[in-house]
Design a protein around this ligand. Structure first.
Ligand code: ADP
Length: 602
């Protein structure tokens, strides 16, 4: 309360009022006082000077024996002129100041010897009025050859004091009214000053709370009005600046969020300043609220000290400028590239140096490189086997010029078979390469799947019967027409059925079923063959993948058939899946859409 502007204005006005009243009162009372004394002195000097009629009459009365009585009479007749009343009296004293006669004999007998009286008794009247005295007096000495006396007039100034008191109470009343008026005035004055200040304070609080829409009203063109106007302008500028800053922040935030690289920033004491979602996902349950720099480098098994990198940035291996790169970091089955860099930031008005780490997930590239290497190794391996056989066959023929014709024939056939195998591999690889590069020329047509499946079963039956298999075809009701690349779908089905024949011991049963389902056409090829172990199932559609390499190559497989089947079915917008139980049999299922998304190439 004592700090409020209202209180301060009241205090200032009250002090001002009291000061003004005190000054006016003091000056007024002093002036009235001295005016009264001056008036008294002048009046006495005028009437009691040596050549005045009163003084002459009094001088004349000295000649009489009873001069005091005479003088009393004279002075009584001059009462009005001398202003004699209850407060002012005259006294006739002898040369020693002893009372003889006077207007008030009671007072006259107890008269004080004042400075003026003493001066008159010595014959050197002074009649000056001492400052601050509570009376005024005037004394003259009269003398002739016989008698001497002192005429003394004394004013008790009580009248003057009463007047001063009245004046004082008037000033006091004026002061009271002045104070009441000052309080009321202070109220309105402070209201006029504080209400725009309060509205500015409210505005400032709203800004501090992030609310910028509130516009302050300008009521006057004075300093406060100008301050309000400047405040509104400042708010607008601040709003624009904040919007710009938050826009930039938003951009960075979005950039960080959608960045495929993980980003993490640490403060100089190792606390996490920022981490993006990509890195949180990468770290998974390893990331918690108390995650810090030490935990980070421990987790990734990296040896890195930010202090070292700053001091010897250019000396260490792998350190470029103020960045530090660690490649091929293995974490949770992933391969990561980690780049460290210094960042400066300001906190609590001091600048600090933190660490920024950018984590690039290289697993995809690593896997790709790995699969490429594996692919090259597989192709080389697949090629080397027939090449070795061909080379062996040719060398055997060459080494024995007298070889029997039937033996020569056997080796030549063997070389031709191996050439055929190589041709199959190369043509399968070409098919896959075209599928990979989207250069396959599709011929899309509408056909009846029932006819195709009946035809395939008829063609394959010869092969199946050679292994004493029973090949059955069962369609569930009428099948819908399907639009697809007929030849390639045929190729896929032949591959699946021939696998079923190949991997089923003689005397087995192969069942082909087809049915219309919600998503299109479903074809299932089931056999009662050797089956596939569950650990091999996820890899079955990979290139060159064979469950038992020695066993399958005996059967002339390339390990590319199912990979091609998968590519063809998926290119049509369908799916291929496998269910199998070792020793019991395998079922390969195809789900094809009735209308493929593929288009024919003219
Ligand atoms: P391949 O030309 O070697 O048969 P595929 O890609 O057609 O190549 O098949 C890949 C591997 O999957 C085969 O080598 C075989 O081990 C296994 N496989 C495929 N079909 C069957 C099946 N019906 N029963 C058991 N194993 C199968």
């Amino acid at each position: 309360m004592y700090n409020s502007l209202y209180f301060k204005i009241i205090l200032i006005l009250v002090i001002f009022m009291i000061t003004v009243m005190c000054v006016i009162g003091t000056v007024l009372i002093n002036n009235v006082n001295s005016f009264y004394i001056d008036e008294f002195t002048d009046q006495m000097a005028q009437n009691l000077s040596e050549d005045s009629p009163l003084a002459e009459e009094l001088q004349g009365a000295l000649k009489t024996d009873d001069f005091a009585i005479e003088q009393l009479k004279i002075l009584n007749s001059y009462r009005g002129v001398l202003g004699i009343d209850d407060y002012r009296n005259f006294y006739i004293l002898d040369a020693d100041g002893v009372f003889l006669e006077g207007s008030d004999s009671e007072l006259g007998k107890s008269l004080q010897k004042t400075a003026n009286l003493i001066a008159a008794m010595r014959g050197k009247p002074d009649n000056s009025q001492p400052l601050g005295a509570d009376f005024a007096d005037y004394a003259i000495k009269l003398a002739d050859n016989e008698n001497e006396c002192i005429i003394y007039v004394r004013d008790s100034m009580e009248e003057m004091q009463q007047f001063t008191w009245i004046l004082f109470s008037i000033i006091l009343q004026a002061l009271m009214f002045g104070l009441i008026f000052a309080i009321i005035l202070a109220f309105f004055l402070s209201k006029a000053i504080t209400s725009p200040i309060q509205s500015l304070t409210r505005g400032a609080k709203l800004i501090a709370a992030g609310e910028f829409s509130h516009e302050l009203d300008i009521h006057a063109n004075d300093e406060i009005g100008k301050l309000t106007d400047t405040f509104n302008y400042m708010k607008k500028t601040l709003k624009n600046t904040l919007e710009e800053v938050s826009g930039e922040h938003q951009k960075l935030e979005t950039l960080f969020t959608y960045l495929h690289d993980g980003v993490i920033a640490f403060t100089d004491d190792g606390k996490v300043m920022h981490i993006n979602q990509t890195l949180k996902d990468l770290l998974g349950s390893n990331y918690s609220d108390d995650f810090n720099f030490t935990r980070f480098i421990e987790l990734l098994n990296i040896e890195y000290d930010p202090a070292d990198s700053v001091q010897s940035a250019d000396k260490k291996d792998g350190v470029e400028g103020d960045g530090y790169n660690v490649s091929d970091v293995m974490f949770d089955g992933k391969v990561l590239d980690v780049n460290f860099g210094d960042i400066s930031y300001v906190a609590d008005n001091t600048s600090h140096r933190g660490v920024l780490a950018v984590i690039h997930n290289e697993t995809g590239r690593y896997e790709l490189d790995k699969s490429r290497r594996e692919f090259v190794a597989n192709v080389s391996h697949e090629m080397r086997t027939p090449l070795t056989s061909i080379k062996g066959a040719c060398e055997t023929i060459l080494s024995d010029p007298d070889m029997a014709p039937d033996m020569e024939d056997f080796f030549l056939h063997m070389a031709v078979d191996e050439c055929d195998r190589m041709t199959r591999i190369v043509s399968d690889l070409l098919v896959l390469s075209r599928l990979d590069n989207k250069r396959t020329q599709w011929t899309i047509e509408s056909f009846d799947p029932d006819k195709i499946l009946t035809h395939i079963c008829e063609v394959m039956r010869v092969d199946a019967e050679a292994h004493s298999h029973e090949l059955r075809y069962a369609s569930n009701g009428t099948l819908p027409m399907i639009s697809a690349d007929k030849e390639r779908i045929e190729q896929v089905l032949i591959n699946i059925v021939s696998n079923a024949i190949k991997y089923t011991p003689d005397g087995g049963t192969i069942t082909v079923r087809a049915a219309a389902v919600a998503q299109g056409l479903e074809i299932r090829v089931r056999d009662t063959g050797i089956g596939i172990p569950s650990e091999d199932l996820p890899h079955l559609f990979e290139r060159f993948y064979r469950v038992e390499k020695s066993r399958t190559s005996e059967r002339g497989g390339t390990g590319l058939g199912l990979a091609i089947a998968k590519e063809i079915v998926e290119a049509h917008g369908g799916t291929i899946s496998v269910e199998s139980e070792p020793g019991k049999g395998t079922e390969i299922s195809l789900l094809l859409p009735l209308e493929t998304k593929l288009e024919s190439v003219e």
